[in-house]
Design a protein. Structure first.
Lengths: 665, 102
C-alpha cells in the first residue's frame, strides 16, 4: 500500500471514532490499549510529517510552507506525552479501542512507507502533508472525547492546552501546505500567537479585554473568522445565561444577545458572494474559544459580573468597527457577472457610508440611486432611510470600469444589519443589568426591522436624489482613483462643520494638496490640447498656494476632524508618486479631476467661511491667529465674480465644455 | 483576481449544509442545537481546500436528526482524508449536542 492509502485507512478509523464517540471505553481493560494507541497515532503522525517536510525542504522552493508546518511536529509529540503512561492492556474488546489500535497501525505503516520510498514529487508530498495535518487536527478532538469518555478517578487526562496548540498548528499546516499554486496568498492563515490561557474565572474579563485588543489589531478577519467569533460570543452569552439562574429580565436580554450572535454567525455562513482578500487572523476566535473551553470544563463556576457583561457587550461594537476598518482597506471582494456572464470577483471599494447609526429604523425599503457627480453617473447609493446600510461600488483595477454586484451588496447589507442587531442586543443587556445607556430603547426594533429589510433586498428600486454624508476615505492607489478621491474630499469637507483655528494646520495641508492637484491637472490638460481650462486651473492653483502660504503655521495645536486630511493624504501620496516617477496624468483622468477640483475648492472656502460666520469664539481666535485675511482672500477667490479671476463656477463651465463635445484627444 | 472554484460536494452533504444553515438562523430552535449547527458548518467549511468555495445552497428546514442521517450518507461518499474528517467532525458536533440515549 502507498502512504496515501495508509493515511486514508487511518482516516477511516479515526473518522469512525469521531462519528460514534468513545463511550464504550468505560470498560477498564480497554482504556490502556486505547490510550497507548492514541500515543502511537500521535507519534506516528509526527514521524511521518517530519519525513514529508524534510523531503519537501530538500526539493527547494517550499521553505515558507515547511516553516509554517514544522511546529506541528513538536505539538504532536507534546500531545502524545501529555497523558500519563498507562500500562499496555490486553487486546481491546470495545469498538472504540479497536479503532484506535487499527488507526495506530495504519499511521505507523504510513510513516514507515514515507521514509522508505524516498523523495517524490512536491505535489504528492504536499498532499501527504495536508492529510497528516488534517489527522493531527482531528486527534485533538479525539483526545477530548477520550478524556470525556472515561470520567472515573485516575483516568488519563491530557493537557487541554496541548490539544489547543495541536489544533492551531494543524490548521496553519493544512493551509500552508495546501496553497501551493494559488497566486493570491489570501488563504494562508497566520499562526495564532496572542492567546492567553484562561484557567481561573477571574481571568475571563482580562481575556475579553484581550479579545478587543486582538480585534483592533486584526488585519481584517475573513468570513470564517467572523463566523467563529460570532459563534464563540453566542456560546459565551449562553454560558452566562445558564449561570445566571431565573432572573426574567436578564434572562430575556441574554437570550436576545445569544440569538443576535447566532444570527450574525448565520449570516456569515450563508453569504457566498463576498469573501475576504487577506489571511485574517484566528487570534480573536481562539481567545474566545479559550474562555468557553474553561467554562465548559467548569460548569460550577459562577461568573456573572458587571465587568464580564460590559466587555461582552462592548465586543459587538468592536466587531462592527473591525468590519468597517476592513472595508476602508479594501479587504473584501464581491462576485459579479462579467460581460460573458461568468462569475468573477473584484475588490469592493467603500463608497458612501451609512446613515446616522443612532437613528431608529423606520422604513424597510432598500433603495439605490445613481448619483451624478460632475457629469459622471458613477456612484450607487444603497440606503435604507435611517437604517445604516452601506453602499458600495466595485472597481476593476485594470480597465477602470465600474461594475456592480447586487448580490454582494445585498450580502454586505445583511452583515451590517446582523452586526447592528448584536450591538442593540448588547445595549439591551446592559440596560437590564442596570448600567443603562441612553439610547438602549432602540434595541427592540433592530431585529424586527432586519427581517423586514432582508426580503426587500432582492427587489431594489432605483430612486433619484438621495444624498449621504460619507464616513470613510477612498483609497487612492492609482491615478484613475484621483477624481474619486477629490470628489470624496469635497464631500468630506462639506460634512465638516467644525473647522477651527485648532485644525488650521490640517486645512492648510488639505488646501496645499488641492493646489498641487490643480497644478498637475492644468499641466496635463494643456498638453492634451485644452488650454482654457488648463489656464484656469493653473491660475486657481497659484491663488490657492498664496492662501496656503498666508495661513499661519503656529496654530497647529489640535487635531480637528481627521477624515478630510486622510483623504487629502491619499491624494497627496498618489500625486507624489507620479511626480517621483516622472509620469504625467492621462488626459482622461485630468479631465475628471478638473471636474472635481472646483467642488474641492468650493468646499475648502465654505469650510473657512462657516467657521468665521458661525462662531464668535472662533472669530476672536481667527482675528488673533490671522485667519481673517485668509478668509477674505478665499472669498475673493470663490464668491466674487471678477473677469480677471477664474472662479470655481467658471472652471466648471470651461472644463465641462470639451467633455460634452467629446473633444478629448 | 483569482476566481475560486466550487468545491465538488456530494448531494447529501450539500443538503445537510442547507439544513444546518436553516437551523443556525432559526431562533425558534433550541440554542444548543443552533450552536451545534454552527460548529458543524464550520467543520464542513474547514474541510474545503484553499482556493475553493462552497456552492450557495438554499436554506432548507430540517431537524438535526435528518442532518445526521444525511451526513452519515455523505461520509460514505467522501474520497479524501480531508473530506472524511470534515464530515465526521460535523457529525461529532451534532452527536455532542444530542448524545444518543444509552
Amino acid at each position: 500500500m502507498r502512504t496515501s492509502e495508509h493515511l486514508a485507512a487511518a482516516a477511516g478509523h479515526l473518522a469512525a471514532l469521531l462519528r460514534e464517540g468513545q463511550h464504550d471505553l468505560v470498560e477498564e481493560p480497554d482504556l490502556g490499549p486505547a490510550v497507548e494507541a492514541r500515543d502511537r497515532v500521535a507519534a506516528g503522525l509526527a514521524q511521518a510529517l517530519r519525513t514529508v517536510l524534510d523531503q519537501l525542504d530538500a526539493l527547494g522552493g517550499h521553505h515558507d510552507a515547511v516553516e509554517a508546518a514544522a511546529p506541528l511536529v513538536p505539538a504532536l509529540l507534546a500531545c502524545a506525552r501529555s497523558a500519563p503512561v498507562v500500562p499496555p492492556g490486553s487486546l481491546p474488546t470495545s469498538g472504540a479501542a479497536a479503532e484506535w489500535v487499527a488507526a495506530a497501525s495504519e499511521v505507523e505503516a504510513a510513516a514507515r512507507q514515507a521514509s522508505q520510498v524516498g523523495p517524490t514529487s512536491a505535489t504528492d508530498l504536499r498532499a501527504a502533508g495536508v492529510d497528516l495535518a488534517t489527522l493531527a487536527g482531528a486527534l485533538a478532538d479525539l483526545d477530548t472525547d477520550l478524556t470525556a469518555a472515561v470520567p472515573t478517578a485516575g483516568a488519563p487526562r491530557s493537557d487541554p492546552q496541548a490539544r489547543e496548540r495541536l489544533q492551531r498548528h494543524a490548521r496553519v499546516a493544512v493551509t500552508a501546505l495546501d496553497g501551493a499554486d494559488l497566486p493570491d496568498q489570501y488563504h494562508l492563515a497566520p499562526p495564532v500567537l496572542g492567546v492567553a490561557p484562561v484557567t481561573e474565572a477571574h481571568l475571563i474579563p482580562i481575556a475579553l479585554r484581550r479579545v478587543r485588543v486582538l480585534l483592533d489589531r486584526s488585519p481584517g478577519l475573513t468570513a470564517p473568522q467572523h463566523a467563529a467569533v460570532a459563534m464563540e460570543l453566542a456560546r459565551l452569552a449562553h454560558h452566562l445565561r445558564r449561570r445566571l439562574g431565573p432572573r426574567p429580565g436578564t434572562d430575556a436580554a441574554l437570550r436576545r444577545l445569544t440569538n443576535a450572535y447566532l444570527g450574525l454567525a448565520h449570516v456569515w455562513n450563508a453569504i457566498t458572494h463576498v469573501r475576504g482578500l487577506g489571511p485574517g487572523s484566528w487570534d480573536a476566535p481562539a481567545q474566545l474559544h479559550a474562555i468557553n473551553r474553561f467554562l465548559t470544563a467548569r460548569p460550577e463556576v459562577g461568573l456573572i459580573d458587571a465587568q464580564v457583561v460590559s466587555r461582552l457587550t462592548a465586543l459587538a461594537s468592536r466587531i462592527a468597527a473591525e468590519f468597517d476598518r476592513a472595508q476602508s482597506r479594501e479587504h473584501w471582494a464581491a462576485a459579479y457577472q462579467d460581460a460573458t456572464g461568468r462569475m468573477a470577483w473584484a475588490p469592493l471599494w467603500p463608497d458612501y457610508g451609512p446613515a446616522s447609526r443612532g437613528e431608529t429604523p423606520a422604513v424597510s425599503d432598500l433603495v439605490s440611486a445613481e448619483v451624478h457627480l460632475a457629469g459622471h453617473a458613477v456612484h450607487e447609493i444603497w440606503h435604507d432611510r435611517n437604517l445604516p446600510v452601506e453602499g458600495y461600488r466595485l472597481g476593476d483595477p485594470i480597465e477602470d470600469r465600474r461594475i456592480g454586484s447586487p448580490y454582494g451588496v445585498a450580502e454586505l447589507t445583511r452583515i451590517r444589519i446582523a452586526l447592528d442587531a448584536t450591538i442593540a442586543a448588547g445595549r439591551g443587556l446592559q440596560t437590564t443589568l442596570g448600567s443603562a445607556l441612553p439610547d438602549s430603547a432602540r434595541s427592540a426594533s433592530a431585529t424586527a426591522t432586519a427581517r423586514q429589510v432582508l426580503p426587500a433586498s432582492t427587489a431594489v428600486v432605483p430612486v433619484a436624489g438621495l444624498t449621504a454624508v460619507p464616513q470613510r476615505v477612498i483609497a487612492v492607489r492609482r491615478p484613475s482613483d484621483l477624481p474619486d478621491g477629490l470628489n470624496r474630499l469635497a464631500a468630506l469637507l462639506r460634512g465638516t462643520s467644525d473647522l477651527s483655528p485648532l485644525s488650521l494646520a490640517q486645512w492648510r495641508q488639505i488646501a496645499r494638496t488641492v493646489a498641487v492637484a490643480a497644478q498637475h491637472t492644468g499641466q496635463a490638460l494643456y498638453r492634451a490640447g485644452h488650454p482654457a481650462p488648463a489656464a484656469a486651473l493653473v491660475e486657481q492653483a497659484r491663488l490657492l498656494a498664496e492662501v496656503v502660504q498666508a495661513v499661519p503655521k503656529a496654530t497647529s495645536t489640535g487635531r480637528g476632524r481627521c477624515l478630510p486630511l486622510a483623504e487629502a493624504q491619499q491624494i497627496h501620496r498618489q500625486l507624489a508618486s507620479l511626480r517621483q516617477a516622472g509620469i504625467s496624468l492621462e488626459p482622461t483622468h485630468a479631465l475628471a479631476m478638473a471636474s472635481a477640483l472646483p467642488m474641492c475648492m468650493q468646499a475648502l472656502a465654505d469650510s473657512a467661511h462657516r467657521t468665521n460666520a458661525t462662531s464668535a469664539r472662533l472669530q476672536a481666535e481667527v482675528t488673533t491667529s490671522g485667519l481673517s485675511p485668509v478668509s477674505a482672500r478665499l472669498a475673493t477667490l470663490t464668491w466674487t465674480t471678477r473677469p480677471a479671476t477664474p472662479t470655481v463656477a467658471g472652471i466648471h463651465r470651461v472644463v465641462a465644455a470639451p467633455q460634452r463635445r467629446g473633444r478629448l484627444r | 483576481m483569482t476566481t475560486p472554484s466550487t468545491y465538488p460536494e456530494s448531494p447529501p452533504r450539500a443538503q445537510a449544509r442547507a439544513m444546518l444553515t436553516w437551523v443556525l438562523g432559526n431562533d425558534t430552535c433550541d440554542v444548543e442545537e443552533r450552536l451545534a449547527a454552527g460548529d458543524a458548518l464550520a467543520a464542513l467549511r474547514d474541510g474545503v481546500p484553499a482556493g475553493m468555495v462552497l456552492a450557495p445552497v438554499a436554506e432548507m428546514p430540517g431537524s438535526l436528526a435528518e442532518v445526521r442521517r444525511l451526513l452519515e450518507d455523505a461520509a460514505g461518499l467522501e474520497t479524501s482524508v480531508r473530506g472524511t474528517i470534515a464530515v465526521s467532525l460535523a457529525l461529532r458536533h451534532l452527536r455532542r449536542a444530542a448524545p444518543p440515549s444509552p
